[in-house]
Design a binder for this molecule. Structure first.
Ligand SMILES: Cc1ncc(COP(=O)(O)O)c(C=O)c1O
Length: 279
């Protein structure tokens, strides 16, 4: 009799647990999948940045509802340790009380003005004080705008057109940066993405990451034509690949020798990998 009782209550608990699991969509990320289906009706690919696409991962991206400290929670109410940290900026984690208090204060004064503000002046001064190599800076809203502006500036400054980038490095969806390696080091690159005109793509030359001699070969072939070399100082867009010793300094020396510039795209690495000292 006692055994039957336990068996009965065991079944009840198991049934309730399974119903709860189903209700909360814990089994197959049902809610994320539904949202992804809906998203694809109005958003190309269902995501607003290639770095959020899950095509090569499989399944559907997780839709996030909130973050707290080092964790994020998805629509299934699953908790994850957040190793992405919004690709870098959330160095203090989610909803740090000092950060949210500052945002709240700023919101009271308005959101956007289309005119200069004192805050921009203070921020620019703070950044230039921290990083000695920065003399002046332009504040922009996205990484794509930042790399696009840097490339344009390099071309204007040097009066040259070609840009060297590395196979596997991502610098946003600027036309000329959506290009991968051709068959050889200095071959004309092919557009990686439909919609990028060939005329833009041929201005981008591809070298393998961590290979200074390949860059040197490009400089030799394209004498006097290269405006800049753009690089992720620690590559974060083909897995994490640290620069080999001498790679970054080698690029600096090469560009100096050939009257070109080197652009460190620190969209991910900036203020994260080094303790910038106040000068
Ligand atoms: C190194 C690097 N540069 C530029 C970008 C483009 O930034 P955004 O998506 O803000 O345009 C990214 C985005 O992931 C990036 O990882």
């Amino acid at each position: 009799m006692q055994g039957k009782k336990f068996f009965f209550w065991g079944i009840v608990i198991l049934t309730l647990f399974r119903a709860d699991v189903r209700k909360r969509g814990l089994v197959k990320n049902v809610r994320s999948k539904k949202l992804f289906d809906r998203a694809q009706r109005n958003i190309p690919g269902g995501v607003n940045s290639p770095v959020r696409a899950w095509k090569s991962v499989g399944g559907s991206p997780r839709f996030i509802t909130r973050g707290a400290g080092a964790h994020i929670f998805d629509v299934e109410r699953k908790r994850y340790i957040d190793f992405v940290a919004s690709w870098g900026p959330l160095i203090l984690g989610h909803c740090h009380p000092k950060v949210t208090a500052a945002i709240r204060q700023a919101l009271k004064r308005g959101t956007t003005f289309g005119a200069p503000t004192e805050g921009e002046v203070k921020l620019a001064a703070l950044v230039t004080k921290r990083i000695r190599s920065i003399e002046k800076l332009r504040l922009v809203s996205s990484g794509t705008e930042a790399t696009m502006s840097a490339v344009r500036l390099a071309r204007a400054f040097t009066g040259k057109d070609k840009i060297v980038k590395f196979d596997g490095c991502y610098h946003g969806h600027v036309d000329g940066m959506l290009v991968r390696a051709g068959s050889g080091v200095a071959t004309l690159a092919l557009p990686d993405s439909p919609g990028v005109p060939k005329a833009y793509a041929i201005e981008t030359l591809i070298a393998p990451y961590n290979d200074v001699s390949a860059v040197e070969a490009i400089f030799q072939q394209q004498l006097g034509a290269v405006a800049a070399v753009i690089v992720e100082p620690v590559c974060g867009n083909m897995g994490v690949i640290p620069p080999e010793s001498g790679f970054l300094s080698g690029l600096r020396k090469l560009t100096q020798k050939h009257g070109a510039l080197v652009i460190f795209d620190e969209i991910i690495t900036g203020f994260r990998l080094a303790r910038w000292k106040q000068t």
